[in-house]
Design a protein around this ligand. Sequence first.
Ligand code: TXA
Ligand code: MG
Length: 337
Amino acid sequence: MSLTTASQAILDAAAQLEAGELVAFPTETVYGLGADAENPAAVAKIYAAKGRPQDHPVIVHVAPGADLDYWAADVPDEARQLAQAFWPGPLTMIVKRNAHIPDAVSGGQDTVGIRCPSHPVAQALLSAFKGGKGGVAAPSANKFGNVSPTTAQHVLDEFGPDAMTVLEGGSSDVGIESTIVDLSRLATHGPVLLRPGHITAAQIAAVIGALPAAPDQAAPRASGTLESHYAPKAPVALADTARLAGLVTTLAARGRRVALIHYSPLLTQAAAHHPLPADPAGYAYGLYAALRAMDRADVELILVETPPQDDSWLGINDRLRRAAFGSAGVIDRFLQS
Ligand code: TXA
Ligand code: MG
């Protein structure tokens, strides 16, 4: 295992990708688990390592200046405009795929997800790999269903020290996964927001003149859109600010080990607590590390103060709702037991 940003490490990692091996690398959103997108055997290793179902497509990461027409068929103007506005950056676009994209990448669908990340290590890797002409298929570098990693250490915690090369790139700036907008069915559905993120629907609308709609039942499957996802081991429950202090006091008095993630300046008797900034960018930056830290604190329940509900918090509320999926009623069960 290597854990360095030295350029020799980048060249070595690019060579490993070219040889069909996996490389974990930092992006500005979360760390990715990469493989040569045009090598189906290499892409299969991603699914094996993650324990991920085969029908879930993976995003293809490309270097700055990459040729969209190489990867996508019938590239709409909207895709070029969004790439111009937000790449490199935390936006993934779903477009019709070209015939040479392996089924393993697209999960058998006729589309492909493409993103050009802005993290300098990701860019260096993508520029070195196949001379900047390749694509690196990469989901988040976590076991299927777990919280996405935002540090190299998180990746090592997920897969162990010897599973793959992990490039070091510090803490991911954005902290939650990229915004995904589906442009593959513009004529019939318009743009569709498959996953909210740092780049908001309003920002996308400002560029292409159409507000992306929320996904409907017929939208292509995206694993990040499964109800249960991004979940730590302990159950996660959301509670409103007004209710939290009393709740924590009551549960602590009963000897329950509760962790609290909050952004209000609360006095707390929780067994462990983790304050996050009260602005969405700062909150997203710290969220996954907080979930992992609270999980390691050996608690029975992770209570999360319900964030504000406005548009700039949409990506955060989306991830928290999924982390809490299946935990409905858990607070009442703790209060009753
Ligand atoms: O920020 C990110 O997007 C990170 C970094 C590593 O780039 N990647 C990431 O990948 O979050 P992953 O696989 O954990 O989530 C990507 C989502 C999945 O829900 C996947 O199903 C969806 O994108 N996706 C990829 N290609 C798709 C396609 N052709 N159609 C519909 N959804 C697609
Ligand atoms: Mg993921």
